[in-house]
Ligand binder design. Structure first.
Ligand SMILES: O=C(O)CCC(=O)C(=O)O
Ligand SMILES: [Fe+2]
Length: 214
């Protein structure tokens, strides 16, 4: 992993070109193995709208969205336990997260052509002391960053394969989203698309929480 200083945009720390190609390839093959055991699914929002990204997870807890709302679950919707978070993924967290605590959830988002993710906060975790670490693989994506309050100014940056974003401190609850991807802009995934790995320390107490609504 590269020894580089992050760009600080509105408290989001952006490590451009952090992961070299061999690490990116290892992460993709781990993501494929996870999806082999816990297949990608197309989540719907509580309002019944199909999200354009496909998702699966690794770790003790996986993030789920369905008609009941957003929450963490110990099992995939098909009933199987989520696979463990691979060591090469944990290594990225160790390199950038300012804590000895390890993540217990790794969300895997797949963006095909036209997929996007609306502005949102990551707020289904039980404890916001821990950062969120996000890894970009494959096609370029336009990442929009705001503040912890809805509305107001935002700023955008193109994320490329191998970039890592840390949302901690004041940016931990800041709004963010993916406006669009540049389909087939990268060679990492031969059929195009983007994989995003989002690592979070969820805190087990969250499992007892009620699902949240957008
Ligand atoms: O795909 C990304 O870069 C962001 C994903 C994200 O914000 C999320 O899954 O909560
Ligand atoms: Fe997010």
């Amino acid at each position: 992993m590269a020894q580089i200083d992050p760009i600080n945009l509105r408290g989001f720390l952006i490590y451009k070109g952090f992961l070299d190609r061999s690490v990116q390839e290892a992460l993709v093959s781990e993501a494929r193995a996870i999806a082999g055991a816990a297949p990608f699914f197309a989540p719907v929002t509580s309002r019944g709208q199909k999200m354009s990204v496909r998702m699966t997870s690794a770790g003790q807890l996986g993030w789920i969205s369905d008609r009941s709302g957003y929450r963490y679950e110990a099992n995939h919707p098909n009933g199987v336990a989520w696979p463990a978070i691979p060591e090469v993924v944990l290594d990225v967290w160790r390199a950038v997260a300012d804590t000895s605590r390890l993540p217990d959830s790794c969300l895997i988002n797949f963006y095909g052509e036209g997929a996007r993710m609306g502005l949102h906060q990551d707020k289904d975790e039980g404890d916001f002391r821990w950062p969120v670490v996000s890894i970009s693989l494959g096609d370029d994506a336009l990442f929009r960053m705001g503040s912890p309050t809805r509305g107001g100014k935002t700023e955008s940056i193109w994320l490329s394969s191998g970039d890592v974003v840390v949302m901690g401190g004041d940016a931990r609850l800041s709004y963010h989203g993916i406006d669009r991807i540049r389909f087939k802009s990268a060679s990492l995934l031969p059929n195009g698309g983007r994989i995003n790995l989002t690592l979070r320390a969820v805190d087990q107490g969250t499992m007892l929480q009620q699902p949240s609504k957008p």
